[in-house]
Write a new protein. Structure first.
Length: 132
């Protein structure tokens, strides 16, 4: 990897930082003495942001978008909130979009289930051919 610049500052655990350095500096934003104040403020805002995200995620019982169940939860939140607003064209469009997203999730979930069944039936043969 010749030519790729990396921050030369050490991290807390003694490793090399490795982040992209600032233009014409050997260290990154986080390790630049000239940007120390801004870095402190950015870390503070980042912490506030994460705390706010955790609070909201807890309030909505929302864990992320990693699984069909989690994505479905987001669609449920959107639908519930939309149903609780004044009727409008925008609300109608939002509800239709949510219904389409939910239908797609059902479709994908059904396909995954069918694929699992097929893989369970063909499992030993698939493993032997190195396709799994
Ligand atoms: Zn750095």
């Amino acid at each position: 990897m010749v030519g790729i610049r990396a921050c030369s500052a050490p991290t807390k655990d003694g490793q090399r930082c490795g982040a992209t350095p600032l233009r014409e500096e050997s260290v990154c934003f986080w390790h630049s003495p000239e940007h120390a104040e801004a870095a402190v403020e950015a870390r503070r805002l980042g912490g506030l942001r994460r705390r706010k995200e955790n609070t909201i995620a807890g309030a909505y019982d929302f864990e992320g978008l990693q699984s069909i169940t989690e994505i479905r939860r987001l669609v449920e939140i959107v639908v519930t909130d939309a149903l609780n607003t004044e009727n409008s064209v925008a609300r109608g469009r939002l509800l239709i979009a949510a219904a389409q997203a939910a239908a797609k999730l059902l479709e994908v979930g059904e396909l995954e289930e069918r694929l699992r069944t097929v893989e369970a039936a063909l499992g030993p043969r698939l493993v032997k051919k190195g396709q799994r």
